[in-house]
Write a protein that binds this ligand. Sequence first.
Ligand code: GLN
Length: 242
Amino acid sequence: MSDNSLRLVWVYPDLLSTYGDQGNALVVERRARQRGLDVQRVDVRSDQPIPTSGDIYLIGGGEDRPQRLAAERLRRDGGLNRAAENGAIIFSVCAGYQILGHEFINDLGEREPGLGLIDVISTRGEGDRCVGDVLADIDPRLGLPQLTGFENHQGVTHLGPTARPFARTVFGNGNGTGDGTEGAYNDTVFGTYMHGPVMARNPQIADLLLKLALDVNALPPTDDRWYEALRAERIAAASQPA
Ligand code: GLN
């Protein structure tokens, strides 16, 4: 990060932004400005090169065909991998999460290579699609409150030895492997199945990314009453039978 200015990159809004995932960019941007940061937000369409000098990259979910197109273009571009090598912070949701892994099953039923930034592999679930509210306990090392989100995916994600589970489910499917894990992370690269959009329900995740970008342990407090009301409503919804 240079001076007080934060470069926030929203990757491929034209292909990957289902279920309000673009809200994550709005939340990070707002919470950074509330802390006095000068935010430069760059929305990168899939026909544009990925800048390699960003501080925080966000990548959302998508349907199966746009997901394949996004993976092809990101591999060809190479910018996100170079940014990760430079220590960038990357937060991905659902299709974006699968793309950051080693491989996933594409809309043609074939194994599609990912970017290999998180040590996971995604297969196609044999059972019902995982749809609904989720409640999960985030890895205590990250110091965050319970995770609330909404999932909608057919893919099932298996963690390799160097990936840490982002959270453990209390309610819902998460990675869908039956082992209770939800999402994964490697160092500063995060993946989750949570839409919602996840940062509107869990603004502390946006703060975690900001703390990593600023290399600080704490941020000035904000008025979070609106977020807390939404969190409470969605946590109650996740705990009740449909
Ligand atoms: N197409 C992927 C799946 O179904 C991702 C879906 C999504 O991003 N919501 O697993």
